[in-house]
Design a protein around this ligand. Structure first.
Ligand code: 8YV
Length: 325
């Protein structure tokens, strides 16, 4: 029997559940890195390829690559953030782009709270103190910062930002937020001016989309306004924080501490940050549980399968609203 499965190009590292599910409906062509989509591959796939899936560092697709695939109809991205996909090019060329919103909200919010607590209460250094036997030799570990009396400013009050705010409510912490627009159905204090918010709070939690519009949004000015008791938590994208300004602010004690899940050039973590004891560094694990990654992988496949069946995709991105019902 002839193989009547359609081709899909997956750009990114291997994922078990994703590959098992994709394999049921498609023939997978795998490019672990964007540069693996070379001329030989695009020439081979160009006459027929309608479906691309992409995601997981370093999975990405540029407009230039899309241009080499004239039959391309849809790019299904693994991840709610899609700064790795040229959605503008896609929109201009009638290519659908989908992402994986909602299924990761609670997981990323949980991770944020964990990182906030670990950073504020110094859990990682304290763990080292207990393990190394220093506790027995030196006595009790030094007292830490506290969440008590803190005011939190959330940068980006989207779906994940709101899940974080709900958790902070339960912890009796006052929440304010900065976003491009005021969010209608919440009572948190809104700041149109990020520096003004940074001045009024002492803790910033960053959970805004990456990309050109938010590049270096958290700059030296914002960090200075946050002040010497300030704690910065970045769960968004490395690009949202000016990494050099952050390293300077931590070195000069312009702010007190930082918890970072994301970096400018992942998986590279600057040595200056590794050398500091007042930072907690996570290797981009916001959504990285078996449970949530499986749900995200399933949504990548479900978007492609719906599209292939002539239906509207489940979760199109804002730039490419579905014309299908
Ligand atoms: C993923 C994420 O780790 O969804 C996102 O935007 O940042 C994470 O959930 C990432 O997309 C895959 O590397």
């Amino acid at each position: 029997m002839a193989n009547d499965k359609a081709d899909v190009l997956f750009i990114g590292p291997h994922r078990d559940h994703l590959f098992t599910e994709l394999n049921k409906a498609f023939v997978i062509h795998h490019a672990p890195r964007p540069e693996d989509v070379d001329d030989a591959m695009t020439t081979k796939l160009a006459p027929t390829l309608r479906y691309v899936a992409v995601g997981g560092h370093p999975g990405a697709i540029s407009g230039a690559t899309m241009a080499k695939l004239p039959k391309l109809e849809i790019v299904s991205n693994f991840g709610v953030g899609y700064d790795n996909v040229d959605a503008k090019y896609a929109a201009a060329h009638d290519i659908m782009v989908t992402n994986t919103p909602d299924v990761l909200n609670e997981e990323v919010a949980d991770t944020t709270l964990g990182l906030l607590l670990a950073t504020t209460r110094d859990f990682i250094q304290a763990d080292r103190y207990a393990r190394s036997g220093e506790w027995e030799k030196q006595g009790d570990y030094k007292l830490s910062h506290s969440l008590r009396d803190r005011k939190i400013g959330i940068v980006g009050l989207g779906r994940i930002g709101r899940a974080i705010a709900r958790r902070l409510d339960a912890m009796l912490l006052p929440v304010a937020y900065h976003a491009r627009n005021r969010v209608k159905d919440v009572n948190y204090k809104y700041y149109a001016d990020l520096v003004a918010m940074a001045r009024d709070v002492d803790t910033l939690v960053v959970i805004t989309p990456g990309g050109a519009a938010t590049k270096n949004l958290i700059n030296a000015k914002v960090l200075e306004a946050l002040g010497p008791n300030g704690i910065l938590i970045n769960m968004a994208r490395g690009s949202v924080v000016d990494e050099d300004a952050l390293i300077a602010a931590l070195t000069n004690k312009t702010i007190a501490a930082a918890g970072l899940d994301v970096f400018v050039k992942e998986p590279h973590v600057p040595q200056a940050l590794k050398d500091m004891t007042n930072v907690v560094l996570l290797p981009h694990v916001g959504s990285a549980s078996v449970h949530t990654r499986r749900a995200m992988e399933q949504l990548v496949v479900d978007n492609l399968v719906a599209w292939q069946a002539g239906k509207a995709p489940l979760t199109p991105v804002a730039e490419t609203p579905s014309k299908r019902k």
